[in-house]
Design a protein around this ligand. Structure first.
Ligand code: SF4
Length: 392
């Protein structure tokens, strides 16, 4: 039964429209309504709570799709590099991001670091912050360093015209983001249990929209979606292979790629898409010093990632845990072309999944990939072979 014209399809279409809107109309509306500042952030994670507590709208910048013509962006980067910095420059230079009062660049790789420098030169009147993050997770060492970074972030927002930092306001904001994180976790858990009810192509659109709209609206959107799919009896299980998709934590794949994987017979039961609201894995306590709670959450409760140093643990162990938890039958290593963190990590991750006898396949994409036939055949063959093996 088609869901066309239903409240469910209307909600997904709303998310899709936000995902497609390069000019950030919802952000412009919010600014016109509230008079507040809006500050963009690049993947993977920034503590949005601090921005929110100071009256600033955090706006996730996740690159573009294949419908953005890159005219100037290519001139800033060499050929052998991922696509997201080019499209971000293009969006900035074409004026589409003019409504942003600044952009935060979290430390994940050299490309993002360089982009922050370019942004500083291109937009000298805007707030530009490279948010350095610790790779040491001792509270006295990495924690102190990160605390200093967060205090500086709060100070620079105030300098820019945001409300001054206030601990009570931050506690309230942490509470709101906890609620949002819970919704996202619930939806991921539901998809693991019943992937036919939560197509990843829908979940992805919701995630993309959720980084652009205010936190309460995002929480409400996820809640509504869960309520609507619970009522939808038309979603029934199909004979698809359960796969985990990993490697796409920064530059995001085009929605067409996700639809292709689903049509090729894959239920994606875990993924690395838009991790900002999953980076911290459980509720952040709202008592005590809230800034310190953000620090401790980052040190002790953040997701494993190729961008995060592993000291004592074993590379790939978290991937295996996620495979087990999601009962994935296979792994799709699906990384952006030329993404150093993802692709340098991949051989170690492959070794881990092979040690555990989990089938895998790998392919690369770019955010502007428009042709999916080869990936469809590869993913379809992979899904078929999983079904055949599991039947033996
Ligand atoms: S896609 Fe990879 S290489 Fe490119 S900016 Fe993101 S993390 Fe860095």
């Amino acid at each position: 039964m088609s869901t066309e014209g239903t409240p469910l399809s209307a909600l997904v279409e709303r998310a899709d429209a936000i995902y497609r809107d390069y000019s950030l109309a919802t952000v412009r509306d919010w600014k016109a309504r509230t008079g507040g500042l809006a500050v963009g952030f690049m993947p993977i994670y920034v503590p949005c709570e601090i921005l929110h507590a100071q009256g600033v709208l955090p706006v996730g910048l996740m690159g573009a799709r294949d419908d953005l013509e890159i005219i100037k962006g290519d001139a800033y980067y060499q050929s052998y590099i991922c696509h997201i910095p080019r499209s971000t420059i293009e969006l900035g230079l074409s004026g589409r991001l003019d409504c942003l009062d600044g952009v935060l660049f979290p430390a994940i790789c050299d490309v993002i670091r360089n982009l922050s420098g370019m942004w500083q030169m291109l937009f000298p009147d805007k707030l530009v912050r490279y948010l350095d993050v610790p790779q040491n997770f001792e509270p006295e060492i990495g924690g102190r360093f990160y605390r200093h970074e967060l205090d500086e972030l709060a100070r620079s927002l105030t300098e820019r015209g945001a409300r001054p930092y206030d601990a009570e306001a931050l506690r309230a904001s942490i509470g709101l983001y906890n609620a949002l994180r819970r919704e996202v976790r619930e939806l991921y858990a539901l998809r693991q249990r019943e992937p036919w009810k939560v197509p990843t192509s829908e979940l992805y659109l919701l995630l993309r929209a959720s980084v652009v709209i205010p936190v309460q609206d995002a929480t409400q959107m996820f809640r509504e979606y869960r309520a609507l799919i619970a009522e939808d009896a038309s979603r029934v299980p199909l004979d698809q292979a359960r796969v985990m998709l990993t490697g796409s934590f920064c530059e995001q794949p085009p929605i067409g790629l996700i639809r292709t994987l689903e049509r090729a017979g894959c239920y994606i039961v875990d993924d690395d898409f838009v991790q900002v609201h999953r980076w911290i894995q459980s509720d952040i306590p709202t008592d005590g010093d809230p800034m310190q709670q953000l620090v401790m959450a980052f040190l002790q409760d953040a997701m494993a990632s190729p961008t995060r140093y592993i000291d004592k643990g074993e590379k790939g162990a978290d991937l295996i845990l996620r495979i087990r938890r999601s009962q994935a039958e296979g792994v799709l290593f699906c990384a952006p072309s030329f993404c150093d963190p993802a692709l340098l990590d991949q051989p170690m991750a492959v070794r881990a999944v092979e040690r555990h006898g989990v089938p895998w396949t790998a392919f690369k994409y770019s955010e502007n990939t428009g042709q999916f036939q080869v990936i469809r055949e590869q993913a379809g063959t992979f899904a078929d072979s999983i079904k055949l093996w599991s039947a033996v």
